[in-house]
Design a protein around this ligand. Structure first.
Ligand code: CO
Length: 211
């Protein structure tokens, strides 16, 4: 893929959209009203809109290395607050993916510079679930399971955020979902997490008792 090719592609894309609907961009420019906030990995293979089959305007997207929800991440917090308070999204999705380089790095510690502190959260996930992970003999299965457990822990981290808890008290939304994208098959897997139960188990620690 060359740099120039991207702008040629863009011209083609605009023409295709206008051929189907001459007012496409006029509608798009009127604003967004997405029902979903998607938090996924920056991995170039895991393209949120493509794998969900959604159009521009349908999903608010945040991506970082290994789809982490870190309480001191100002970027993430701003995205969540905007999505919950202003866009009033109905669903927050944390989507991990198999063969995630960030998760692999957490399983094989080494000096990775700036990534050392970022991936510490993933190493914490490993530590919390060590007894489950260490008895999985197949290294591929252990890797896959850490991808899934990371998604679960990041969903719990979403539930700790004050903006999310405040919205829950007011409207019961947004619903939190944990997904894994399987890059080996293209399939999207819903971990079918029962977040009411999962948050219920830790609510005495994390419920901020907001009005
Ligand atoms: Co990844």
């Amino acid at each position: 893929m060359t740099f120039k090719r991207i702008f040629e592609n863009n011209e083609k894309w605009v023409a295709e959209k206008l051929a189907l609907d001459p007012e496409y961009f006029e509608h798009l420019s009127k604003g967004q009203n997405p029902d979903f906030l998607y938090i996924g990995c920056s991995d170039s293979r895991v393209t949120a809109e493509d794998l969900m089959g959604v159009n521009p305007g349908e999903v608010f997207v945040h991506r970082n290395v290994a789809n982490l929800v870190i309480s001191t991440d100002n970027n993430l917090n701003a995205v969540v607050q905007y999505a919950v308070e202003f866009l009033k999204v109905k669903h927050i999705i944390v989507c991990g993916h198999y063969d995630c380089g960030g998760v692999r790095a957490a399983l094989h510690p080494s000096d990775m510079g700036q990534l050392n502190s970022w991936l510490q959260t993933l190493r914490d996930v490993y530590r919390i679930h060590r007894s489950e992970l260490d008895i999985i003999e197949d290294s591929q299965k252990r890797f896959d399971r850490l991808v899934e457990l990371n998604v679960i822990e990041q969903c719990i981290n979403i539930s700790k955020i004050d903006h999310v808890q405040r919205a829950w008290y007011k409207t019961r939304y947004p619903t939190v979902h944990g997904w894994v994208f399987d890059v080996r098959t293209g399939k999207l897997i819903d971990l079918s997490l029962n977040m009411d139960q999962i948050f219920g188990e830790v609510s005495s620690i994390y419920d901020l008792n907001l009005d």
